[in-house]
Design a protein around this ligand. Structure first.
Ligand SMILES: Cc1ncc(COP(=O)(O)O)c(C=O)c1O
Length: 390
């Protein structure tokens, strides 16, 4: 048999792409018994029953076909009403909204629609694992803006200004509440950033998939602020707040030209998101809010517990404003984040994600997901304490 390694070459870009640090680490967890996992970024709740039931009956009633490429018009109209009610934003359901396979697809489409080779994209770091690889695949030159722990991992207006003065930045990626740090921006902080965004004429991709999980203030959508709608591609989805990760439904809202471009790529690569997933998303928007609130109250209780506990055992940790992640410093242990995570897993069977998975600047930190049952969180703290002592 011929060696297929010699026959088939994969592209240089893909060859050079690092695999997701989260997945690589969780391959180690597979097959281990009695591990408490604080690793994966998904709700421990099962999707609320009314939403699951809607998906089941959709199949029973014979909804098994493609939908319009842009997604069900009924869902797009609902999203449009919802955004108007929640943030006062006006998006035309015919031309300014696209239903995607999760925010993940929307991110890929947005980069590929906007980027010309060599365009400079500024990405605050630590950040969600897919931003830089997807922008790079689209041909962008990625520049990191390193956020600081003493600022709660928030980009400041002057840091943004300086980064734009140093390099001719065309696009900014923003994610709040943030994965992995839980940092978010209130209205005053966003308004200050908007001044700089306008000063440098930036176009922004805003990933607000955790917006409903904001604990200390009202989330404000970036594109709802004056003069921002025309320069923002707003991304959101159902995975996190509604505990619908497996349904794979997200959406993008933006200027008609951008949504038309994204739709072109989407119609050739995906055709459409699944019909029963879209119908379940309609049910989520219509009748899912009570469940979201119940889950949010529980996350908030866990947040209080885990942040207090981590600080008590000597792992300094800021109070995250949203999402379901704690991002403590492990610098006092003198270990690298990868060694800390590997040894903790081996010795105490607790899985968390090493900070480096979210960019080199996140070394010295680990990410803990508190989308984990309260009892497990309690036990995990006991085990982490033992590990640090030893
Ligand atoms: C910040 C952020 N954006 C996007 C995604 C992907 O979400 P989806 O399930 O909608 O593709 C995730 C998933 O962890 C995330 O944390």
């Amino acid at each position: 048999m011929k060696n297929s390694n010699k026959i088939i070459q994969i592209s240089k870009k893909v060859e050079d792409m690092a695999p997701s640090g989260i997945r690589a680490f969780f391959d180690l967890v597979l097959g281990m018994k009695d591990v408490i996992s604080l690793g994966v970024g998904e709700p421990d709740f099962v999707t609320p029953w009314n939403i699951r039931e809607k998906a089941i009956t959709a199949y029973e009633e014979g909804y098994t076909s493609y939908t319009s490429n842009k997604g069900l018009i009924s869902l797009r109209k609902q999203i449009s009403h919802f955004l108007k009610y929640k943030f006062g934003m006006e998006y035309d359901p015919e031309n300014e909204i696209l239903i995607t396979v999760g925010v993940s697809e929307a991110l890929d489409l947005a980069w590929r629609t906007l980027i010309n080779p060599g365009d400079k994209v500024l990405i605050p770091e630590p950040c969600y694992v897919s931003y830089a690889p997807l922008a790079d695949m689209a041909g962008a030159k990625v520049i990191s803006l390193i956020t600081k722990a003493e600022h709660g991992f928030k980009m400041t207006p002057s840091e943004l200004d300086q980064a734009c003065q140093k390099d001719k930045i065309k696009y900014l990626m923003i994610n709040y509440p943030s994965n992995p740090t839980g940092a978010s921006y209130n209205k005053a902080e966003l308004s200050a950033l908007c001044k700089v965004i306008k000063k440098h004429d930036l176009v922004v991709i805003s990933d607000e998939v955790y917006d409903d999980l904001t604990y200390d203030f009202e989330h404000v959508a970036l594109s709802s602020l004056p003069g921002m709608k025309e320069r923002v591609v707003y991304l959101n989805g159902f995975s996190k707040a509604y505990a619908m990760t497996g349904f794979r439904i997200g959406f993008a809202c933006g200027p008609e030209k951008v949504i038309a471009g994204m739709t072109k790529i989407h119609q050739y690569t995906i055709l459409c998101a699944s019909i029963n997933g879209q119908m379940a998303a309609e049910e989520a928007l219509a009748n899912g809010h009570k469940s979201v609130n119940m889950m949010k109250i529980e996350y908030k209780r866990r947040r209080q517990f885990i942040i207090e506990s981590l600080n008590e055992i000597g792992l300094k940790c800021h109070m995250p404003e949203g999402a379901f992640y704690a991002f403590p410093s492990i610098k006092t242990t003198g270990m690298s984040s990868m060694d800390f995570a590997k040894d903790l897993l081996k010795e105490q069977k607790v899985a968390l994600v090493p900070g480096v998975a979210f960019g080199p600047s996140a070394e010295g930190h680990v990410r803990i997901s508190y989308a984990t049952a309260f009892e497990d969180l309690k036990e995990a703290v006991v085990r982490i304490k033992k590990f640090i002592k030893s």
